[in-house]
Design a protein around this ligand. Structure first.
Ligand SMILES: Cc1cc2nc3c(=O)[nH]c(=O)nc-3n(C[C@H](O)[C@H](O)[C@H](O)COP(=O)(O)OP(=O)(O)OC[C@H]3O[C@@H](n4cnc5c(N)ncnc54)[C@H](O)[C@@H]3O)c2cc1C
Ligand code: SF4
Length: 571
């Protein structure tokens, strides 16, 4: 009997385990497999294979229920996920619906999730910007959170490394607080966006309009062809899965790459319940998994474990990994695990009209937008709020549909249907929120999920600082549009709950000191060094940039460190 158990344990033993196969888990898998480690990737959702499992990729509106839109009843059935702009008939199979995986909202929080191989990498908006030292140094400078244990120079080679593999389209803009990436040719601003760019240049010393840097192959390189990916066709059907592999997802890129090494075992339908900790060796030895199809409970073992379940699920999983050494969660000696959860403030937006450029149009559906990097409190504190915001905007001509609602008949009316309408500008903010002790997640004492795992209680809210940031954006954005000659500027506060930004971060923050942080500068749990957390949970603060590129760079860097430490027999 004992022999049988040893055989079973041997069969279930790998060099490394990765929990989650989304953006960060895909990178962990690729890097570990490239370095020759037999790697088990555990994914709670179903398998989604690149090309094979994109059922709506080429569908037309008339081939879809409700012409592709969500019916009114969706609001009632799934109010949370229905608020996500990317959730519709074409994409709904890549989103978690509300009643499938409940959680407790102590305060309103729209938790948007994608449980499948590839996670949210299938449905992200692909905007990718590096952090600068103005973000890494902000907590130390401004006195919130704790000092980051790394700076841009520590991550710069890893940013370059992942950017070359992912393929980032954009310009080298030479902006101090948005360091240049390794880039493929950019998409183009259209005539009105160029006009606004010029007006901003004339009117402000501290602002610059650029085309969004995004994970799209505008000119595939050899490394992308080796991944089996091709050129982006600017169709902007990305959220359905791209048949060209034109944008980066784990499914099109890192996971098939890892599989090709022969070192990866991908196990879908595997919810990781908790991490197993061994007091004698003072290490994590493996994980407890529940097979969602058979309900079987299985243990897997490895020398190192990468936790990449996306920030909030990573918090849940670590808090649920209790032992007599760690009664409050693995590595949670200071009781700060789950604290300082932060996000991006997307509440403000505006619409404006523009008269002119009536003889000009644009080609295709560009899958990115214009951006203005943060210009508030970057080099010094120059407002009454902490930190700043990035601005995104796009200009487009209204469609022919507008004529359909105007009454009329005859030749002129019909001719009007084939003419594009006037120009409109849409502008929105992406504000940095400052991590707060009170903004936290914890395990429910009473509610459990289908697998008996405690549900997550989310208690996260805006602060007075976020209101001031919003007010400033609405003022500054209006002023910029006004100076650009726009009219009829209508500002909006969506009042949306935190979470809908889908940039969940924090709870297991990095820092120098084990008393005030959970992870060291290599993303290892201070108190259990063979466990690495490299998704958004590790973020000490959240900057104003889109976060996923930083998760990828941190992951590749952490794997490099892990394998070196394994070779030195330190893990
Ligand atoms: C509509 C939309 C637009 C976005 N736009 C951008 C953007 O422009 N730029 C940007 O940087 N980011 C964007 N994001 C956010 C981006 O998708 C996330 O930051 C990124 O996917 C996080 O990577 P991750 O690996 O941490 O998590 P995910 O990609 O979510 O992957 C986590 C995986 O872990 C699995 N998992 C969870 N719990 C367990 C468990 N217990 N056991 C096993 N597996 C588990 C999940 O099923 C999932 O597959 C966007 C997201 C959405 C939905
Ligand atoms: S825009 Fe590019 S990446 Fe998106 S679906 Fe079209 S070809 Fe694919």
């Amino acid at each position: 009997m004992a022999n049988l158990n040893i055989t079973a344990q041997d069969q279930n033993t790998y060099d490394a385990i990765v929990i989650g196969s989304g953006i960060s888990g895909g990178w962990a898998a690729k890097e570990l497999c490239d370095k020759g480690l037999k790697t088990l990737v555990l994914e709670r959702g179903r398998e989604v294979k690149h090309l094979q499992d994109y059922p709506t990729a080429n569908k037309r509106p008339w081939e879809m229920p409700y012409k592709g839109r969500m019916p009114e009843s969706a609001e009632e059935a799934n109010p949370i996920v229905n608020r996500c702009y990317a959730y519709d008939q074409y994409t709904k199979h890549f989103f978690v619906e509300d009643n499938e995986h409940p959680y407790v909202q102590e305060k309103p929080f729209d938790w948007i999730r994608g449980y499948q191989t590839g996670g949210k990498s299938l449905i992200w908006a692909r905007q990718t910007q590096r952090w600068s030292d103005y973000e890494f140094e902000a907590p130390a400078r401004d006195g919130f959170a704790v000092d980051w244990p790394i700076r841009h120079k520590d991550l710069a080679p890893w940013y370059s490394y992942v950017e070359k593999f992912v393929g980032i389209s954009g310009n080298r803009d030479g902006i101090k607080n948005l360091p240049d990436s390794e880039v493929l040719p950019p998409f183009e601003l259209n005539c009105l966006e160029k006009h606004i760019q010029q007006r901003v240049k004339e009117n402000y010393d501290d602002r610059q309009v650029i085309i969004g840097r995004c994970a799209h192959l505008t000119e595939p390189q050899e490394i992308h062809l080796q991944q089996g990916r091709g050129q982006c066709q600017a169709r902007h059907y990305c959220y359905r899965g791209c048949p060209y592999g034109g944008y980066f997802s784990s499914n099109s890129s890192t996971l098939p790459w890892a599989a090709k090494t022969g070192n990866m075992t991908l196990r879908p339908h595997s919810v990781v319940h908790s991490i197993i900790y061994d007091e004698q060796s003072d290490k994590a030895t493996g994980v407890r998994v529940i097979d969602t199809e058979t309900k079987e409970s299985i243990e897997y073992f490895a020398q190192i474990i990468f936790v990449n379940a996306a920030a909030l699920n990573t918090n849940l999983l670590l808090l649920n990994s209790t032992s007599s050494r760690f009664p409050n969660g693995l590595g949670n000696d200071n009781d700060l695990m789950g604290r300082y959860v932060a996000f991006h403030n997307y509440r403000g937006s505006m619409l404006a009209s523009f008269d002119g450029f009536e003889d000009q149009y644009y080609y295709g559906r560009r899958p990115t937008t214009a951006f203005m990097p943060s210009f508030r409190n970057v080099f010094q504190q120059d407002t009454d709020f902490l930190r700043g915001y990035m601005v995104a905007f796009s200009a487009a001509r209204q469609g022919w549909q507008r004529n359909m609602i105007q009454q009329g008949f005859g030749t002129d009316w019909k001719a009007g249907l084939s003419e594009p309408g006037p120009w409109q500008v849409y502008m929105m903010m992406q504000g940095e929120t400052v991590p707060q002790y009170e903004n936290h997640v914890r395990l429910s004492d009473t509610a459990t999920d289908t697998w008996g795992i405690p549900q997550l209680v989310v208690s996260v809210d805006y602060t007075e600082n976020d209101e001031l940031v919003l007010k400033d954006f609405l003022q500054q954005g209006s002023e910029i549009l006004e100076k650009s000659g726009c009219t009829n500027i209508r500002t909006m506060d969506s009042g949306q709950a935190p979470g809908l930004d889908i940039h969940e971060m924090g709870g297991v923050r990095m820092g120098h000191d084990p008393k005030t942080s959970l992870l060291n500068e290599w993303n290892q749990l201070h108190a259990c060094k063979n466990v690495f957390v490299t998704d958004g949970a590790c973020m000490t603060s959240v900057g104003n940039q889109n976060p996923s590129l930083t998760f990828m760079a941190l992951t590749a860097r952490a794997v490099d460190h892990a394998t070196k430490e394994m070779n030195r027999q330190n893990l």
